[in-house]
Design a protein around this ligand. Structure first.
Ligand code: SF4
Length: 257
């Protein structure tokens, strides 16, 4: 096969993967598998917070966001009730997202440092953001059953992200979810023993992937200094290294989102 034909096939495969990811996002956003979370996300969307009383909340599962050719997949916990559950995009519309997207911009993964709403021009390159649970849970605490019900969505997403090499886990819940994801995905073939423990900056090789831990950019963590800008910047630099990406180039992020 000529190089031209190989390149053509690769382009077709990439486009097919993007189409399938888009179809997956559409299916995710219709999911009603978890009665408690369906009731909560819709109640929050109806009642709304006073500051957003004029807005129309998303009030549905929040699909992943970012580059379909991502080499780094961020795994978060779940959408925030008045953040992503309002805007319909991961980590958009709350303080955690403000902190995270500014860091992604500094690290060259995002084309702009702010995330306000869908349609704000934000693009990610080489990185995609998903969550262990896609519906906002009461008190930010999904149950183990809800976590298990949402796992197949993430398994399918990882299957479609053929370039992914790094699972960047925001917090211990996401770390444990990523370990379950790897078992369910069959990479590595056997569960890691002993089970690697979450920590900020901790790495664990797992088949074709590397798990990388980062404290969650919650207000509690960033206000108290448990997670600082230099700390998250260092983790994102390491994520680029592990993924085989060139060093930081702020202003990039012009890939598909
Ligand atoms: Fe569906 Fe996941 Fe939402 Fe449960 S948390 S309803 S499995 S999208």
């Amino acid at each position: 096969m000529t190089a031209e034909a190989r390149a053509g096939r690769a382009r077709t495969a990439t486009a097919g993967g993007a189409d399938e990811l888009e179809a997956l996002s559409g299916a995710v956003s219709e999911c009603r598998r978890c009665p408690r979370l369906v009731a909560w996300r819709e109640l929050v969307a109806r009642e709304r917070r006073a500051a957003f009383a004029q807005e129309s909340y998303w009030g549905r599962p929040v699909p992943a966001f970012g580059d379909p050719r991502a080499r780094v997949l961020i795994v978060g916990l779940a959408p925030a009730a008045h953040g992503a559950n309002r805007t319909g995009r991961m980590f958009t519309g709350d303080r955690s997202g403000d902190f995270l997207y500014a860091a992604l911009h500094r690290a060259g993964f995002a084309n702009q440092p702010t995330a306000l709403a869908r349609g704000d021009g934000l693009r990610l390159r080489d990185l995609r953001i998903t969550a262990a649970v896609r519906c906002a849970p009461p008190a930010n605490k999904p149950t183990p059953q809800e976590r298990e019900r949402c796992l197949p969505w993430t398994v399918r997403e990882l299957e479609l992200l053929g370039e992914a090499r790094v699972l960047l886990c925001l917090g211990g819940f996401a770390w444990d979810a990523a370990l379950r994801l790897l078992v369910a995905s069959g990479s590595p073939a056997q569960p890691l023993r002993p089970k690697p423990r979450f920590g900020h900056g901790v790495e664990a090789a797992a088949g074709r992937y590397t798990l990388l831990g980062c404290f969650h950019p919650s207000q509690q963590n960033t206000f108290t200094g448990k997670l600082t800008e230099p700390m998250i910047d260092a983790v994102l630099v390491r994520a680029r290294e592990l993924a085989g990406l060139r060093a930081r180039s702020t202003g990039g992020g012009d890939g598909p989102a």
